[in-house]
Design a binder for this molecule. Structure first.
Ligand code: AMP
Length: 575
C-alpha cells in the first residue's frame, strides 16, 4: 500500500492533506499522481465520482505550476456550478501552506464582475463551467494563451449536458503545447473523440474495470408495478429509518409530486429540480447537507455534481432513459470509501434495462423483497433499542428527580419496565397501513412479469388479431397453456409477448415453420436494449418493412383474418 509520502508530493501539500484527514491515497490517486508529477504527460483516467479525483489532479497541478508568476497556467473544466465550487474549495485547502496560490471559480448564476476580479488578481488556476467560460472569453476577460495544463473533469457529464461545442471553442483558445488530463466515469464515443482530438499519446488509467461501478455499492431492484412505486418508496423509508437518500425521478413534475406526497405523508423530504430558482436550490441543498432533510427527490440534471459523502441510499424511482446515467446516480452514494445501496424500483417494462445496466457495470443486481409491515415494525423496535443503548444519561438534569422516579417504579420488574417504555416509544411512531404492495398476489405478479422473456412476433392487428386472438393462436400452435403467455403489446403488424424462461423452447420450437394463414410466422427474442429495438418501436409498421415478404409494406389482409377465423376453434382453447 502506498502512502502520500512515496508519491513524490512536496511537504506543504503533505501537511495540508494531513490536516484534511487523508491518510493514504485512493486507488486513482496512487495510479495517477506519480505519472502526472513527471510532467509533460496526457492522461485519460476512468474513475467514478467520489473516488478522490480532485486530489488526483489537484495535487500534481499544485506541484507543477509556477506560483511566482501570475499567469493563468491551469484550466479545469467541469460540468456544474456545485462541482466548480467544490473543486476550487478543495484546491484552496490543498494549498493552505502555499500562500501564493490563487484559484478563481468561474460559474454561472453568480456575479460575473467579482469573478473577473478574481481572474485579474492573477489566478494561476481557473476552475470553470463551460458556459461561463465562453462568456468570459467573449468579453475578453480571460487569457488562455498561457495555459499549460487543461483538466476535463467529469468529461462524460459535460458532453451529456450538451457542452460539446463550448468545449471545442474553449480548447481552441488554449495553446497547442499543453498537457490535457481527462477524467470521466464512463467512456462513451464522444469522450474517446475528445481524447483522440486533443491529446497526445495519453496514458490510460482505469480504476476498477472500465465502466464498472464502485465496489462499495450494493445494487438492489424491487419488482413493483408502476402504480405501486410510491408505496414501495415509503416502505423503504419506513424500514431504513436513518435513510439519507437521493431519490431520482425522470421529470421535474414527477420530482415535485413525489416530494410533495412524501412531505404530506410526514416524511422528511424536499424537491430539487430545474424549475426552482438558484436561491431556492441553494436553500434545499443547504437543508439536505445539514441533514434537516432525509430524502432529496431530484432530477438528474439538478443533482449533478452533488458531493455529499454520507448518502446511504440512491433510489431510482424510475430508471434513467440514458442508462449510463445510472452510474452517475448510483455514484452519489458510497463515496470516499463508504458503503451505499442503490435501489431501482423496477416496473415490468424495466427488465431489459436492468440487464443492460448489469452489463455496463459488470455487476449483478440483487432482487430485493419489499419489507412487510411486520418487518418494518421489528426494525423500528430495534431502532428504539439502539437509541436506548446509545443515549447518554443527563445526570445534571435528572439527578434531583431520579430518586423519586425510581421509587414510583419500584414495584415493576425489569422486563415489564422495558416493555412499557418500548411500547410508549413505539406508540409514537406513525401507523403503517397495509397497501397495495402488501397484497401477495400483486407482488408476485409483478415479479412474475419481470421473470419472463420478451419475444417479438410478426403478427398483429393487421392480421385480424387482438390480444386474445393472438394468445389463442400461440397456445394452440405450441401447446403451451394460455396462462403461461402474456401478450404485452399488440401493434399493427407485430406484437410483443412474454413467456416464462422454461416455456421459451417450447414456444420457439412450436412456432418454427408455422404459418398464420399464408404468412410464415417469425418469433425472435427481444432485448429491450438491443439497438434495433428503439428503432423498431418508432416505426409505424414494424420491422417487416425490410424483412418480410420482400420488403413490401404489410397491410391487413382479409384472407389472413378469415383464415384465422377458420382455423381457430376458440372453444378448444378454453381450458
Ligand atoms: P472527489 O472524488 O475528489 O470528489 O473526492 C470524494 C471525497 O473523498 C471528498 O470528500 C474528498 O475530500 C475525499 N477524499 C479524497 N481523497 C481522499 C483520501 N486520500 N483519503 C480520504 N478522503 C479522501
Amino acid at each position: 500500500m502506498s502512502s502520500f509520502e512515496t508519491l513524490g508530493l512536496s511537504s506543504p501539500l503533505l501537511k495540508a492533506i494531513g490536516d484534511m484527514g487523508f491518510e493514504e491515497p485512493t486507488p486513482v490517486q496512487s495510479k495517477v499522481i506519480p505519472s502526472l508529477l513527471e510532467g509533460n504527460t496526457d492522461v485519460v483516467a476512468l474513475s467514478q465520482t467520489g473516488t478522490g479525483k480532485t486530489a488526483a489532479f489537484g495535487l500534481p497541478l499544485l506541484s507543477l505550476l509556477d506560483f511566482n508568476s501570475r499567469d493563468s497556467q491551469a484550466l479545469i473544466l467541469c460540468p456544474t456550478r456545485e462541482l466548480c465550487i467544490q473543486i476550487a474549495r478543495d484546491l484552496q485547502n490543498f494549498s493552505k501552506y502555499i500562500p501564493e496560490v490563487n484559484v478563481a471559480a468561474i460559474y454561472g448564476g453568480a456575479n460575473i464582475r467579482n469573478q473577473i476580479l478574481e481572474i485579474q488578481k492573477g489566478a494561476q488556476i481557473i476552475v470553470g463551467t463551460p458556459g461561463r467560460m465562453i462568456d468570459m472569453i467573449q468579453r475578453k476577460k480571460v487569457r488562455l494563451s498561457t495555459i499549460r495544463y487543461v483538466v476535463l473533469d467529469e468529461a462524460d457529464e459535460m458532453l451529456n449536458m450538451g457542452f460539446k461545442e463550448d468545449l471545442d471553442t474553449i480548447l481552441s483558445e488554449t495553446p497547442h503545447e499543453k498537457n490535457t488530463w481527462l477524467f470521466s466515469a464512463t467512456m462513451p464515443d464522444e469522450v474517446s473523440r475528445i481524447s483522440k482530438n486533443y491529446m497526445h499519446d495519453p496514458i490510460e488509467v482505469t480504476v476498477g474495470s472500465r465502466n464498472s461501478g464502485n465496489e462499495n455499492i450494493e445494487h438492489i431492484y424491487y419488482a413493483v408495478r408502476n402504480h405501486d412505486k410510491y408505496a414501495a418508496l415509503k416502505r423503504i423509508a419506513d424500514y431504513y429509518q436513518d435513510i439519507y437518500a437521493i431519490v431520482f425521478c425522470r421529470t421535474k413534475i414527477e420530482t415535485q409530486q413525489v416530494a410533495d406526497r412524501l412531505i404530506k405523508d410526514g416524511y422528511s423530504a424536499d424537491a430539487l429540480h430545474g424549475d426552482l430558482s438558484q436561491a431556492q436550490r441553494d436553500q434545499v441543498m443547504k437543508r439536505f447537507r445539514n441533514k434537516m432533510v432525509q430524502m432529496l427527490v431530484a432530477t438528474d440534471v439538478a443533482a449533478r455534481g452533488i458531493d455529499i459523502n454520507d448518502v446511504t441510499h440512491v433510489v431510482n424511482y424510475n430508471l434513467p432513459d440514458e442508462l449510463e446515467n445510472y452510474t452517475h446516480r448510483s455514484g452519489r452514494t458510497a463515496r470516499a470509501g463508504k458503503k451505499g445501496i442503490s435501489i431501482a424500483l423496477a416496473g415490468p417494462q424495466d427488465v431489459g434495462k436492468i440487464k443492460t445496466i448489469e452489463r455496463i457495470l459488470k455487476r449483478k443486481f440483487e432482487r430485493g423483497k419489499l419489507p412487510t409491515i411486520k418487518e418494518v415494525q421489528e426494525q423500528q423496535l430495534l431502532h428504539i433499542v439502539e437509541n436506548v443503548k446509545g443515549v447518554s444519561i443527563d445526570k445534571d438534569r435528572m439527578g434531583a428527580i431520579l430518586p423519586g422516579i425510581l421509587q414510583q417504579l419500584e414495584n415493576m420488574g425489569r422486563e415489564e419496565l422495558i416493555s412499557r417504555f418500548i411500547s410508549l416509544e413505539f406508540g409514537r411512531l406513525p401507523v403503517i397501513k397495509p397497501c397495495s404492495i402488501d397484497d401477495p398476489f400483486n407482488g408476485s405478479h409483478a415479479e412474475d412479469e419481470m421473470e419472463r422473456i420478451k419475444l417479438y412476433i410478426n403478427l398483429g392487428k393487421y392480421d385480424g388479431l387482438d390480444k386474445r386472438g393472438l394468445l389463442l393462436f400461440i397456445a394452440k400452435t405450441t401447446g403451451i397453456s394460455g396462462s403461461d403467455i402474456i401478450i404485452s403489446e399488440i401493434k399493427n403488424s407485430f406484437s410483443f409477448i412474454k413467456v416464462k424462461q422454461e416455456k421459451l423452447n417450447a414456444l420457439t420450437l412450436g412456432m418454427k415453420g408455422r404459418s398464420f394463414g399464408k404468412r410464415p410466422v417469425r418469433v425472435e427474442i427481444r432485448n429491450e436494449d438491443a439497438p434495433e429495438f428503439s428503432r423498431l418501436r418508432d416505426r409505424k409498421y414494424g420491422p417487416q418493412h425490410s424483412t418480410f415478404e420482400m420488403g413490401q409494406e404489410r397491410k391487413p389482409k382479409r384472407s389472413d383474418h378469415a383464415s384465422f377465423k377458420r382455423t381457430s376453434r376458440q372453444k378448444s382453447f378454453a381450458r
